[in-house]
Design a binder for this molecule. Structure first.
Ligand code: ASP
Length: 343
């Protein structure tokens, strides 16, 4: 019997990976993705069948927004039945936000959705784009016993495969631009492409893919810093359309002990606005109650973000607010992991 080759869909949204240099003007411009194989003939060697689709107007990922997240999710939904794996190309700057959001938007996902991009354009002599793209496609087409090896949203970059909602961009310079500080890598590309099987997500649900389109846009990230002013905190947290707050605190979740600060937090929570405590540290997480400075936060009902990244916290908050979860259940639901985003 002839071996069936996996069908892979590449979704190009924009970013450096899809750019080529116009040697007349020296400016970077998006290249025609329809001609992907002429630019990267190595793709002909892959044991899969490739289809491509691109945003009509490719965007820099600084312009990425929840509306674009939904556009990407709808492309995946539309092609889900006939496609074995997806590779999503975006700029690296906000890739962790987009990829984290995708992990929440796509419910009951059983197929690989692999994000990648590059630090240098595809036509550049020293580009990282080719390796990232080729291996991301290989990850998306990896099958074992008739089922995809990866069944979640991943992010592949510079020889490493990560759980997308655990990643953060850590370098604007190095090829190794991403890290997953609080969760082991899902795989590594060396001489062989190896998967860390014990860390891959497996869903018991047999339910069909569902996409959650109602995301609440009215959330804010408030990062604490020494000397933060009362008037400023008051102004931000009293914003009339505010629905949720990601509070970036110090270390294991600590905040100043000033009474004005707590009064504002209490009033915000009383208005039904959830506040999620996440750490500013790159690794580790919130441990409310370890120090006096966080014990109060716990007692007034601040949500424990544990070791979630800021990027994931924003996405999860938008999703849960969009689901209109009652405020009495909100804290407990947020503190429960739903896509392997916290531990
Ligand atoms: N500014 C670009 C973007 O995020 C950088 C990149 O593609 O890596 O779209």
């Amino acid at each position: 019997m002839e071996k069936r080759v996996p069908q892979i869909l590449i979704i190009y949204t924009g970013g450096t990976i899809g750019m080529v240099k116009d040697y007349k003007t020296n400016a970077l411009k998006p290249f025609d993705f329809e001609n992907l194989k002429t630019k990267i003939p190595e793709l002909n060697l892959l044991e899969c069948s490739l289809k491509t689709t691109a945003f009509e107007q490719p965007i820099d990922s600084s312009d990425m927004s929840p509306d674009y997240w939904i556009t990407i999710a709808e492309i995946i939904e539309l092609n889900y039945k006939d496609t074995d794996g997806f590779v999503v190309l975006t700029g690296t700057d906000t890739m962790s936000y987009t990829a984290s959001a995708m992990s929440f938007i796509l419910e009951n996902l059983r197929k690989p959705v692999i994000f990648t991009g590059s630090q240098l354009p595809i036509g550049d002599l020293r580009t990282d784009a080719k390796e990232n793209l080729i291996t991301a496609i290989q990850v998306a087409s990896a099958f074992e016993n008739g089922e995809p090896v990866v069944q979640e949203v991943g992010l592949y970059f510079e020889y490493k495969l990560y759980r997308a909602n655990r990643t953060t961009k850590v370098s604007a310079e190095q090829f190794e631009a991403f890290q997953s500080p609080n969760y082991p890598n899902l795989g590594e590309s060396g001489v062989h492409l190896l998967f860390n099987r014990q860390f891959l997500k497996r869903s018991k649900s047999e339910l069909p893919l569902k996409i959650q389109k109602n995301l609440d846009a009215n959330v804010v990230i408030l990062k604490l810093f020494p000397g933060i002013q009362r008037g400023l905190v008051e102004y931000i947290l009293n914003f009339p359309d505010l629905h949720g707050v990601v509070l970036e605190t110090y270390g294991a979740g600590n905040a100043p002990t000033d009474s004005w600060f707590f009064e504002i937090l209490i009033k915000t929570i009383q208005r039904g606005i959830p506040i999620v405590n996440v750490t500013q540290c790159i690794s580790g997480g919130v441990f409310m109650g370890l120090y006096e400075t966080s014990t109060r936060m716990k007692s007034i009902g601040v949500i424990n973000g544990k070791n979630i990244t800021t990027e994931s916290a924003v996405a999860k908050l938008k999703l849960m607010l969009g689901l209109k979860i009652p405020s009495t259940e909100f804290k407990q639901k947020f503190e429960t992991q739903i896509r392997g985003e916290m531990s």
